[in-house]
Design a protein around this ligand. Structure first.
Ligand code: NAD
Length: 360
């Protein structure tokens, strides 16, 4: 497996591989950039088929964190960690045997060895309790129950206001009433988002792999249930991917019928050039790392040891304007939204890099 030759390797500052013999932990931490500050990004635990797949994932995600933290105006760089689910856990990332706590403690030691260049938090299949176990070995972890808490409600709130910025431009209205929104994935973010969308008067189409959740959405929101993959190309006004990445790919792109794509999943486009195709097709795409920044905004004060809910509320509400400016620039300059967002985010990182060092 090569690192530098990997397509997803884009001038990352460093990539670190960790193994803990006792717990079977295999983890990769990628630090994309520390130009704006220490690299902040969550840790996810996934059943990867091999380490090359884990590497590609962590490289794409860590770059995404650099861009996300930059555009959100945070003094933080971008990094990410992935842990491969140990085979001894029957490949179940939610396994809750006694070894789980020890594995996250070992991961904490790995994070600590980087001396604060990388700060971790929860992500997919890594809970607040797992974060507490990481905290037993390192101070470089946020999103603890003693801190700013679960970031998901803030991610959902950011997606909702970002979706409104898209609706304003695509349908010339700021009202959700009468629109149809298709949400893929009714987890911590997707469910909260559905609550807001339902309250705002839109119709919901939903998909998930858990039938019980779907039945609950049908009962509570009058949602129509769609196939988990078919929902990507279902007839609707807005499609919100809130489950996994890569749902807009070579196979699905020609069949998307929504006018807007706005959801929380990271890396929604399987590759960046698909943004060009969406733009040409007149589909307004909210770049994922812009619209899903609510969660990282929520945990950012904790890095400074501060609890500041007022600041978080103000910053998350501000995502509507940040995204709106990107969408407007994309329309004025006739360029894909993801290209515009990348440019603005990268510019801030580059400016920080070339700033002369302050004299001591
Ligand atoms: P989650 O694990 O709580 O929810 C994911 C949901 O998707 C679950 O209900 C799961 O059953 C469902 N699902 C899984 N595979 C599916 C499939 N093939 N089709 C349909 N549904 C499927 O995760 P979450 O915290 O709600 O995050 C959702 C997405 O948003 C993830 O991609 C995550 O990386 C991203 N994200 C989350 C946050 C956050 O604050 N939680 C922040 C930024 C980005």
């Amino acid at each position: 497996m090569s690192v530098f030759e990997c397509d997803a390797f884009q001038h990352h500052e460093s990539v670190h591989f960790f193994v803990d013999k006792l717990t079977g932990m295999k983890a990769i931490i990628a630090i994309h950039s520390t130009d704006l500050g220490p690299a902040l990004g969550g840790c996810r635990m996934v059943r990867y088929s091999n380490s090359a797949e884990a590497l590609t994932d962590v490289l794409r995600l860590s770059r995404g964190m650099s861009l996300k933290n930059s555009l959100a105006g945070l003094e933080l760089g971008g990094g990410k960690a992935v842990i491969m689910v140990p085979e001894s856990w029957n490949n179940d990332p939610k396994y809750d045997g006694p070894e789980r706590a020890e594995l996250f403690r070992a991961f904490g030691r790995a994070v600590d060895s980087l001396g604060g260049r990388y700060i971790t938090a929860e992500d997919m299949n890594v809970s607040v309790e797992d974060a507490s176990n990481i905290r037993r070995s390192t101070k470089y972890v946020v999103g603890l129950d003693t801190g700013m808490g679960d970031p998901s409600p803030f991610t959902a709130q950011g997606v909702f206001v970002g979706m409104r910025a898209c609706i304003k431009r695509a349908f010339k209205t700021s009202s959700f009433a009468g629109l149809t929104v298709a949400v893929q994935g009714l987890g911590k973010v997707g469910w909260r988002l559905c609550e807001d969308i339902h309250k705002a008067g839109a119709n919901l189409i939903v998909a998930d792999i858990v039938d019980e959740t779907l039945q609950k959405a049908k009962a509570e929101f009058g949602a129509i249930i769609a196939d988990k993959d078919g929902i990507v190309t279902t007839s609707c006004d807005v499609f919100a991917p809130c489950a996994r990445g890569g749902v807009i790919n070579e196979d699905t792109i020609g069949q998307v019928r929504a006018k807007v794509i706005a959801g929380s999943a990271n890396n929604q486009l399987s590759n960046d050039t698909l943004g060009v195709d969406l733009h040409k097709a007149g589909i307004l795409y909210a770049p994922d790392y812009v619209i899903n920044a609510g969660g990282v905004i929520n945990i950012a004060p904790e890095v400074q040891g501060v609890i500041d809910h007022k600041w978080v509320a103000m910053k998350v509400a501000g995502l509507e304007q940040t995204l709106g400016e990107i969408l407007d620039k994309s329309m004025t300059e006739d360029r894909p939204t993801n290209e515009v967002a990348d440019e603005i985010a990268s510019r801030r990182i580059l400016d920080a890099r070339v700033k002369p060092m302050q004299a001591a």
